[in-house]
Design a protein around this ligand. Sequence first.
Ligand code: ADP
Ligand code: MG
Length: 149
Amino acid sequence: MYEITTNTEDTTIHLGENLAMLLNPGDVVTLEGDLGTGKTTFTKGIAAGLGVKRNVSSPTFTIIKEYEGEIPFYHMDVYRLENSEEDIGFDEYFNGEGITVVEWPQFIGSFLPEKYLEVKLTAIDEKSRKITFIPHGSHFEWVVEQLKS
Ligand code: ADP
Ligand code: MG
């Protein structure tokens, strides 16, 4: 587990970029946190780190947006799937060659893979966010150790 506080939006983006450098094809990162805590902001950093050139915006209404970087990048916001039990083909994304970020993973609990990096964001005040990394699986334990250093 690793916990860090960022005091600016740019620091959160930079943290996302650093994380991206440590990820492999097929990795899944979940982002939990209330509205406005910085899930999409952090995702922008991951995308930038993966070489995505297009602007990354919230996929709330489309559920998933796909981007081309050095490898495919999938950005999901599954908020609208709450209580639906609907499978939008999660396996293809989670077991594919791209990297997937999932906002609101608590709404698709049973579809989540066994191994993933759990990230929780909490607002401390207007500009500060507590960001917690909880690894599931040895690869993500390694990733979190790298983030610390
Ligand atoms: P979410 O996707 O969780 O709803 P967003 O990333 O869309 O959140 O929005 C986060 C908002 O909080 C943005 O307006 C951003 O400018 C602001 N903000 C302020 N401080 C921070 C910080 N330290 N890290 C991330 N976002 C921050
Ligand atoms: Mg969002």
